[in-house]
Design a protein around this ligand. Structure first.
Ligand code: BGC
Length: 454
């Protein structure tokens, strides 16, 4: 076990660890096990060994397994390689849920990776628990804005997410936009359809595609994918302020609101445009249906663009992207971040260098092109962005009033609340006998007992 118990205890997080109940994060059995591991292994934690000339390895746990995700990792790995740092992939190919479980059990077993994909409010929770170390971005690095201050380089929302009281808790990699429809351009051209900007246009396009024997919407029944669709519909039927009331502050009255009811009704009404029955599919397989023309559209985050590009489909030629109707002025964001697990075998200087490389302008540009997202740097070069990225960038740049955090992608709330809200929404979608009001009542009741936002 490589957690430095002395530093951990000194930092005061040990006390917090006992004070704060984090059962919702790890479950009840986590604490005795972790305490035992810390007790039995703290003494061995002092001797980090490194040979200055030898390549330094860093093991990174992610759930990135698709073609586009691989390309994005390659950008990072190649750039690190130039600095004699070797990226070791620890990929858990089961989406964020599986990766989160593996990460927790590896921490418990004392075999934590050096860095890991951890997002949203979880970053602060893990820091409070003393499980992650901070990064330092040193003066004189390449991430500076016009006033020369690196700490103003990130978008404010990114900054707020990764930094607490001066501590940089995670390296931000890119900003994904979730409220998007990707559509097959050739199929649309063939039938004289254009990108749906209103629900009427969407319905007209979907009806026509269906008549031509093409599945209008390649949506999958995987819970996170349905949740991703639902959050876009909720935003479409309400406003950023209402969306936050429901998913961030979890105000129980938001769930009985007519706007919430409309979003549920809308989601069910879209079912007729999906395959019957709606089956669970990996998001990349669902995207492939659109690429191949078996399906016309998919509501998906812009990692789908990274994927389509990686397969050789060009933006605006083979496929197009448009905001979900009524959400063009808004941005449901999902920010990818890597954290540094607390272990003495990882020299702080190495972690700091890695962070600096990852947020440097060129790496940011190349990585985000491959990933489908946009840079976390607010002075990024827009000339290298395609139309879809530019539009995401422009909307995101307008600031927090038009931005909302993705529930499906762990940005809006804690894990228990997210799972509870998603479970009810998915149940409603899958079972047509459940009434809108029943789901609203259940969600209202559930949210009364959920942890409150900090
Ligand atoms: C991550 C993306 C990833 C996507 C699909 C999201 O939660 O933020 O980086 O590409 O899942 O795997």
């Amino acid at each position: 076990m490589k957690i430095n118990i002395n530093r951990w205890a000194r930092s005061g997080t040990y006390a917090q660890f006992h004070r704060r109940s984090a059962r919702h994060l790890f479950g009840a059995s986590f604490f005795p096990a972790l305490a035992f591991l810390l007790h039995t292994s703290g003494c061995a934690a002092q001797n980090a060994i490194q040979a200055p000339q030898a390549p330094q390895a860093v093991q990174v746990l992610t759930w990135w397994k698709s073609a586009g995700e691989h390309k994005a990792v390659d950008v990072l790995a190649e750039r690190l390689n130039q600095e004699n740092i070797v990226w070791h992939d620890a990929v858990i190919p089961s989406g964020g849920v599986g990766a989160g479980i593996v990460l927790k059990s590896r921490v418990l077993a004392g075999t934590a990776p050096d860095m890991a994909q951890l997002k949203g409010p979880l970053i602060n929770e893990w820091f409070d628990l003393g499980l992650i170390n901070e990064f330092r971005i040193l003066p004189g690095n390449s991430v500076t804005n016009t006033s020369g201050r690196w700490d103003k380089a990130f978008f404010p929302t990114v900054e707020e997410l990764v930094r607490t009281q001066g501590h940089l808790l995670a390296v931000p990699l890119g900003v994904h936009r979730m409220n998007l429809i990707f559509y097959n351009r050739r199929v649309f051209d063939k039938f004289g359809l254009h990108a749906p900007e209103t629900w009427d246009e969407f319905t007209a396009a979907a009806d026509r595609l269906q008549k031509e024997g093409i599945v209008p919407l390649a949506q999958s029944a995987e819970p996170w994918q349905l949740a991703s669709l639902f959050e876009a519909l909720l935003l479409a039927e309400s406003s950023p302020e209402f969306y936050r009331r429901a998913f961030v502050t979890k105000d129980p009255s938001a769930f009985s609101d007519p706007r919430f009811a409309r979003a549920l009704t809308k989601m069910r009404s879209l079912k007729k445009y999906m395959s019957t029955p709606v089956r669970e599919m990996d998001w990349a397989d669902a995207t492939k249906l659109v690429a191949g023309g078996e399906a016309g559209m998919i509501v998906m985050g812009d990692f789908a663009k990274g994927e389509l590009n990686a397969w050789g489909y060009a933006t605006d030629v083979n496929f197009g992207c448009v905001a979900v109707p009524n959400t063009a002025d808004y941005h449901i964001y999902n920010i990818d971040t890597l954290v540094l697990l607390k272990k003495d075998s990882m020299p702080q200087e190495l972690a700091d260098r890695i962070a600096q490389i990852m947020v440097s302008p060129n790496v940011q540009a190349d990585y985000n092109i491959a990933k489908g997202s946009v840079s976390v740097l607010r002075n990024a070069d827009q000339t290298r962005m395609d139309s879809c990225a530019r539009s995401s960038w422009k909307v995101f740049s307008r600031g927090s009033a038009v931005q909302v955090p993705s529930l499906a992608h762990d940005m809006a709330t804690d894990g228990i609340s997210k799972d509870a809200i998603i479970a009810e929404t998915v149940r409603f979608f899958m079972d047509d006998s459940i009434k809108v009001t029943q789901t609203q009542q259940r969600l209202g009741a559930i949210t009364r007992s959920l942890p409150k936002a900090r």
